[in-house]
Design a protein around this ligand. Structure first.
Ligand code: FES
Length: 105
């Protein structure tokens, strides 16, 4: 039997609606976003350059890169609008007891 491993990465209270924060569990750089009460985790570094998506603008369930305005879906990391062409990695999220957990593996 395999157990699903969830890693505690943040307090839900650290999140702000419509904005991102960076967390670094297990040496990874991950941006968390809260949108309409739902929490998303996406790789923090843009796939197009050295920009941090946690500093990007949130539009609906997408984040806009602060450098060249590529749009990534917060749900699956897919690119909705260039110049980025490579999807960003995303992770499953759960919120329990006021804490945010990611399934990193
Ligand atoms: Fe993100 Fe260019 S660095 S779109």
């Amino acid at each position: 039997m395999t157990m699903t491993h969830w890693t505690d990465v943040a307090a839900e209270a650290d999140l702000f609606e419509g904005a991102g924060i960076a967390v670094t569990p297990e040496d990874q750089d991950i941006a968390l976003f809260s949108v309409d009460g739902e929490v998303f985790a996406i790789n923090n570094v843009c796939t197009h350059g050295n920009a941090k998506l946690c500093d990007g603008f949130v539009e609906g369930d997408h984040v806009e890169c602060p450098f060249h305005q590529a749009h990534f879906s917060l749900r699956d990391g897919s690119v909705a609008c260039g110049p980025a062409t490579e999807a960003a990695k995303t992770w499953p999220v759960k919120v329990e007891g006021g804490r945010v957990f990611l399934q990193l593996a």
